[in-house]
Design a protein around this ligand. Structure first.
Ligand code: GLU
Length: 319
């Protein structure tokens, strides 16, 4: 199978008398844009997994991708072993709803959840945007294709009875390009569903005067009330230049997902690498600072737990 292909290194004649056949299993973790937090999640997990390659045989890579939707589709197709995905899209993929209608991924399996991801809107200070409704008629970067933010933005627009045509421009730049677009006055605002603090938004607010915009109101209340994978979220004041007060919005959890086709032993070893070295993992990004094991094994998870993960959680006495 493509996503956990086993490479058997053939022994040479000279080595044939020693135990020369080493089995290596390559695993790939889908992340997001290079300036986001998913990239750090994937890189961090691989770093921990690769410390044990000599004993487990697992070799892990975590390339940059389009984000949640791209990752789920790649895991489903067998092109990636695991990946990070927003809790809303984990849910919809498993249930075949919303964007995944007619495209159910019933072999999707949950592994654990990670940090919270507020649906974040940032506008140039000179754009006259202080609420989500002020975005009407503006130039907005709505997220790249394959990203969780574009997909969730579509849900928000539908909930408000808007379409992309309500913006004078709806650009689909990647996270790594959107801060510059805001600074160069190519767009008035950018959307990003992402953990905080992150380098992408720090970059945006350091190149131009910009403000975090609250995302509130009836449509959002309804989304949160009707969907278990959404919750209210607050971006703390003082985290970014130009936004001294708390900003209210709603958000999701970043979650780690895989497929039932991935062997238990592979998922077990990945989970073990993370939780056996949990303090080290938490130290790898400020968005991980408040992670707690007991929340991570249940919050934001709607697909069944992968048995390899469950085995580890039971061994630790967490379930
Ligand atoms: N939530 C975003 C997505 O699903 C990615 C955020 C990040 O890269 O940290 O596409």
């Amino acid at each position: 199978m493509k996503h956990w292909k086993t490479l058997v290194t053939a022994g040479t004649m000279a080595l044939a008398t020693t135990a020369a056949t080493a089995e290596e299993t390559f695993i790939t973790i889908g992340t997001g844009g290079q300036t986001g937090v998913y990239f750090v999640v994937g890189q961090s997990i691989c770093r921990l997994v690769n410390r044990d390659t000599a004993t487990t045989g697992l070799k892990c890579t975590a390339p940059s991708t389009g984000g949640s939707i791209a990752n789920i589709n790649a895991i489903k197709a067998g092109d990636m072993t695991m990946g990070v995905a927003q809790s809303d899209w984990q849910h919809h993929a498993y249930n075949g709803t919303s964007k995944f209608e007619g495209d159910k991924f019933d072999k999707e399996r949950a592994v654990f959840s990670v940090h919270g991801e507020p649906f974040t809107v940032i506008a140039r200070a000179d754009a006259g945007v202080s609420t989500f409704d002020d975005l009407k008629g503006k130039r907005v970067n709505v997220g790249n294709p394959g990203s969780g933010q574009l997909a969730t933005m579509e849900v928000v627009l539908a909930a408000k009875g808007w379409t992309m045509a309500d913006f004078s421009l709806a650009s689909e730049l990647k996270p790594a390009e959107q801060a510059a677009a805001l600074g160069d006055n190519k767009v008035d605002a950018i959307i990003y569903t992402v953990g905080h603090p992150n380098g992408s938004i720090q970059e945006a607010v350091s190149t131009v005067d910009a403000v975090l915009v609250p995302v509130e109101g009836e449509a959002i209340d309804k989304l949160v009330a009707e969907n278990p994978f959404y919750a209210y979220a607050t971006i703390p004041g003082g985290m970014y230049k130009g936004s001294d007060n708390d900003v209210k919005t709603f958000g999701v959890k970043a979650t780690f997902v895989t497929s039932a086709d991935v062997p238990d032993e592979v998922v077990y070893q990945v989970v073990k690498a993370v939780f056996d070295n949990f303090d080290r993992f938490k130290g790898l990004h400020p968005a991980f600072a408040n992670l707690k094991e007991e929340d991570m094994i249940k919050d934001g998870l709607s697909a069944p737990l992968h048995p390899g993960a469950e085995k580890y959680y039971k061994e630790r006495g967490w379930m």
